[in-house]
Design a protein around this ligand. Structure first.
Ligand code: FAD
Ligand code: A2P
Length: 281
């Protein structure tokens, strides 16, 4: 989207940059069954430059079961292009610790990359690649459109950086952030987003799937919030400048598209599809 030249793959898997960890903060509350971390990585000394919406590659140390070095894992960059401290010398990621049951043995298994990152401590070395991604970006003139950001889980990461960029640039249009998460204890960066609500046209809406309920008793997902707020959202959605960004679990687009289709005319929906950007994994 951005016409400004962006950096891509400054550091490749064959020649990664070895950075150090500045901070590892637990974002989920201790009462949560999940563990999601905000990890800040020092870029000092590197030529790493990125923009909001790009991802960083992380190379876990060690080898896989075939004896090959572990493959690179991608993580959306959660910081603004000027980093956590405004000096463009850091980047952050928002990583959920993956713990799952082996489908064959039924034993508990831990994701290699996510557990490596979630266990990192200040000063630890971490090999990074990238940045990657040239589609899921803000437009060059960020203040022109209104935005609807829809995220589930760690899909919120790119929107943290994007919102910071917008508000630093004196953004005045509508921006909605609709965030789906299983538990209230898992609402990521809640205070930060609530602070933006002093901006009258910014709305932070959560869909807490395992605690909130729809009237018919079913789980509340992001698409249900779209439906619930259709009165405010339809005029924004039909503004041909508005951009819709979707990030998070693979498959969430389907329910979102169905809801958008149900609240818009067929022509408005067809036109809107051209303004939707998706990053799911
Ligand atoms: P692996 O060791 O690779 O193990 C994966 C195994 O875990 C698979 O067999 C899979 O079946 C299983 N598995 C994975 N998740 C689950 C689950 N929820 N339930 C059950 N089984 C599961 N991740 C983030 O945390 N934050 C991000 O910002 C982020 N951004 C991404 C951006 C892009 C563009 C892409 C492609 C992916 C992104 N990911 C992000 C996902 C990330 O790259 C890894 O896939 C994830 O961390 C799991 O890697 P791992 O090495 O821990 O697991
Ligand atoms: P649930 O798992 O209760 O079904 P996380 O990545 O942290 O697990 O969060 C993902 C969130 O997205 C959860 O609240 C999850 O709900 C929700 N979710 C799962 N499937 C869909 C879907 N098809 N559409 C929208 N939200 C979904």
């Amino acid at each position: 989207m951005s016409e400004k030249k962006i950096s891509l793959n400054t550091y490749k898997v064959s020649s990664p940059w070895t950075a150090t960890v500045l901070e590892n903060i637990k974002l989920t509350a201790d009462s949560s069954p999940n563990d999601t971390r905000h990890v800040v990585i020092n870029l000092q000394g590197s030529s790493y430059e990125y923009v909001e919406g790009q991802s960083v590659g992380i190379l876990p140390p060690g080898i896989d079961e075939k004896g090959k070095p572990h493959a690179v894992r991608l993580y959306s960059i959660a910081s603004h292009r000027r980093g956590e401290k405004g000096d463009a010398q850091s980047l952050s990621v928002c990583v959920k610790r993956v713990v799952y049951q082996d489908p064959v043995t039924g034993l508990e298994k831990r994701g290699v990359g996510s557990n490596f990152i979630c266990d990192l401590k200040k000063g630890d070395a971490v090999r990074i690649t990238g940045p990657v991604g040239n589609r899921f970006l803000l437009p060059e003139h960020v203040n022109d459109p209104s935005y609807i950001f829809i995220a589930t889980g760690t899909g919120i990461a790119p929107f943290r950086g994007m919102l910071k960029e917008l508000f630093q640039k004196g953004f005045q249009n509508h921006a909605w952030l609709i965030f789906g998460t299983p538990y209230r204890s898992d609402i990521l960066y809640e205070k930060e987003f609530q602070n933006y609500e002093t901006h009258q046209k910014f709305h932070f809406v959560t869909a807490v799937s395992r605690e909130d309920k729809n009237r018919d008793g079913t789980k509340v997902y992001v698409q249900h919030r779209l439906l619930e707020h259709q009165k405010e959202l339809v005029p924004i959605l039909t503004d041909t400048k508005t951009l819709i960004y979707i990030c998070g679990l693979k498959g969430i687009e389907k329910g979102i598209y169905e809801t958008l289709q149900s609240i818009l005319s067929p022509t408005a929906y067809e036109e809107l599809r051209k303004r939707i950007l998706v990053e799911v994994y």
